[in-house]
Design a binder for this molecule. Structure first.
Ligand code: ATP
Length: 270
């Protein structure tokens, strides 16, 4: 029996409007993925090759998965999500078979996106000698599929990582993951937007000051901002189970308590 769960074609439910900030990433993803999949004739006519793959890199919790899903939702593109580590630790040959199966399904469901999260798990740089020989077959199979042993029409690979430094460089040659996009922590206005999106589904203080909260959360990821809203609500319930809404002070306290996962050190890696 396969250790890998079945490959599912998803239709994500994430809209662009669910994502605060990240305007540049949203726009670039549209250009790199939506245009080629939905208007291949324009690329043909103008004589340019669409990118086959995009690498999204950046610190954790900063909307790599979310933007890839929104693109699929908004453009009506099928979405197949795979986590790098899931493909490893298999019996000999099984990972390779799983990869071929993923690409086969993606071709059958085109236009489609294959989203490889935590791609670094597969791509550990072979040249650095850290490469694990059992991973090598997996990478080779992945490269073969991307190079179009079978024509890859209407399939785009989107890979995501927090560790761009350890990715096998062969994956980033032209015709493979040839567009590289940094997805960083949200700027001030992005944080205001994330707070707005998150609190719009909650009962909140009529006097909530999202700008103050955005100022307090400089350096936080989208995931941390989302989590602090949750914390503020739970702390409010802890104090008073009958509270009609989450008071502004609870958000301030939660914002001040965030333990940032992204430090100046981690950000310097990118
Ligand atoms: P990882 O590297 O850990 O896989 P990621 O960059 O893929 O992280 P996501 O999975 O996209 O991060 O984000 C995690 C969660 O954080 C989302 O499900 C969402 O709740 C929240 N979030 C992150 N960024 C945003 C954003 N820009 N707007 C709204 N919510 C966000």
């Amino acid at each position: 029996p396969s250790a890998m769960r079945e490959v599912f074609i998803e239709t994500p439910q994430v809209r662009w409007s669910d994502i605060g900030g990240q305007q540049y990433v949203k726009q670039k993803l549209k250009e790199c993925i939506e245009w080629p999949l939905l208007h291949p004739e324009a690329f043909e006519r103008l004589g340019v090759k669409p990118p086959k793959g995009v690498l999204l890199y950046g610190p954790p919790g900063c909307s790599k998965t979310l933007t890839a899903k929104a693109l699929a939702t908004e453009s009506g593109i099928n979405f197949i999500a795979v986590k790098g580590p899931e493909l490893l630790n298999k019996f000999v040959g099984e990972s390779e078979r799983a990869i071929r199966e993923i690409f086969r399904k993606a071709r059958a469901a085109s236009p489609s996106i294959i989203f490889f999260d935590e791609i670094d798990a597969l791509g550990t740089s072979r040249s650095e000698g850290r490469g694990n020989s059992s991973h090598e077959g997996v990478i080779t199979t992945l490269l073969n599929e991307m190079d179009g042993v079978q024509e890859l029409v209407g399939v785009t690979v989107v890979a995501a990582t927090n560790r761009p430094d350890v990715i096998d460089t062969a994956l980033m040659r032209p015709g493979r993951l040839d567009r590289i996009l940094y997805v960083g922590p949200p700027e001030y206005q992005g944080r205001v937007d994330i707070l707005k999106i998150r609190t719009s589904k909650m009962a909140v203080d009529p006097n909530i000051d999202l700008e103050e909260l955005a100022s307090l959360t400089d350096g936080c990821s989208g995931a941390e901002i989302s989590a602090l809203c949750q914390d503020a609500a739970l702390w409010t319930m802890h104090d008073n189970m009958d509270a009609p809404y989450v008071p502004h002070a609870a958000f301030v306290a939660a914002a001040k308590a965030v333990r940032r996962q992204i430090t100046p050190e981690t950000i310097r890696r990118f």
